[in-house]
Design a protein around this ligand. Sequence first.
Ligand code: ACM
Ligand code: ZN
Length: 560
Amino acid sequence: MDALRKILVSFSGILALAVQLGAVSIVPQPSEMKETRMTVQLPSDRLSVYPADRSLKPLVGVWADFLRKPYSPGTEVLSTGFTRIVSETVLPEVKLTGNEQKADICLYLDASLAEEEYVLEADMEGISITGGSSKGVWWGLQTMSQILVQSAPGISPGEPLTIPGLYIQDKPRFAYRGAHFDPCRHFFTVEELKTFIDMMALHKLNTLHWHLTDDQGWRLEIRKYPLLTEVGAVRSETKIGSVNDTAAGFDGTPYGEGCYYTRKDVKEILDYASARQITVIPEIEMPGHAVAALTSYPWLGCTGGPYAVWTTWGVSDDVFCIGKETTFSFLEDVLDEVCEMFPSEYIHIGGDECPSVRWETCPDCQKLMKAEGLENERQLQGYLLHRIEQYLNSKGRKIIGWDEILEGGVTPTATVMSWRGPSGGIKAARQGNDVVMTPNSHFYLDYYQTADPKANGEPFGIGGYVSLRKAWSFDPYDQLDEDVRKHIKGVQANTWTEYIASFDHYQHMDLPRFAALSEVSWSEDKTSYDDFLVRVTDSMKPMYEFFGYIYAPYVFEGIE
Ligand code: ACM
Ligand code: ZN
């Protein structure tokens, strides 16, 4: 058997000991992982991968692409002021093979495993990855990426890679492991978003929450309402420094011309994400965070405007008018196109940070409240959300909204995204709503990463403080009795971009804190923070340096 020839079994102490000393670190911590007193050798120039099932064939090409090295080794200070470190590590080229006997890695399906579960074995038979579906196999390949990156440094051309004998059985704790992407305040290109999706895949995150509309820019092409992107994508200038720093003023430079995603872009992103086993959930904000839409079509507001795409940050009093039927026609038209573009079961409808002052003095809103017997403006917001939920349900979709949707009397079928700490999620789960935990206390990755950002040279940001340790410490089931825990569908990190103008900065905010998100959302049994930090240092940091990602250095320098 050819595969056997590639395998070196060492029963004598020395080689096995060397492997024991350099034990493999994996993030997130697998459910079960054993290293055996054996080593497996792989060619360092080319890995042949055999997919036993036809449906697994595309994964091989995607994995080969994923492991391409985009930057040359070295340390580079970028024009944005961030440092990129790229390791010397070179990985073998990944090739598809139809010959099981000659394969270095074989991929199998086993319907007795859970959908995202996988078993990775490296032993005398070679390497196999068996998944409950292509999702499980893909996450197994991600674990394999970490193993390869750890075994490759220092290998001379022609020398084999040596990895320890392994048995890993692994599956996620939560079905929803999300990362939120905000291209509204600052725009990011399709290529940057693809890199972001790669960053997610590396951390076994499976849901991209794509925040597409906000006060400072509407970023999704809607054919029926072209002004949303002709007018609503562009703001006349941008606030310099903190919103509270009036002396700093504005930059005087228009921002956002052409900064939106076309249908073609959306398809490209959806295909890219889907190939990496990632679901994309679009967010269309309502009834607040709507100034860009109001500027494009002033009849959507209570006062009729004029409005101007917002040039600063915060919460605007100008929101969609709920009292006008034309607002509903608009929102339904937009959602029709969103549903055409996005196949996801869930559509995020926002719902956060919506003042009611305009509704309080708007004759249309007041008239509707009277006609519907609504006692206050929060119920008016609830009226809109219920109608929109029914509309989306009629199209076979479900809604997710920020935790403020609890205030207007939420339906039992809406999923609540708890952002103002975990309390909204706890309340929602206890009343029977499904929940995604995305508490600002632990998973707002636009917050600073160290206790003294100025002294540590952190780039200027929105404030707050979420250390890697704090993020890792999050317990999604805190205060929740056994019987309601089933409503916690998962965990997500949010990175808002008011103060994040470059993708270099974006990466710096998310890495390495994505590692904490990864472990909290994937691993059933967390070990200790110290153990986690060792694994992040041994596995994730080399991965970031292999891919040329920009990461925050603080925890690796002992700074919190
Ligand atoms: C939010 O951060 N306003 C959801
Ligand atoms: Zn109104």
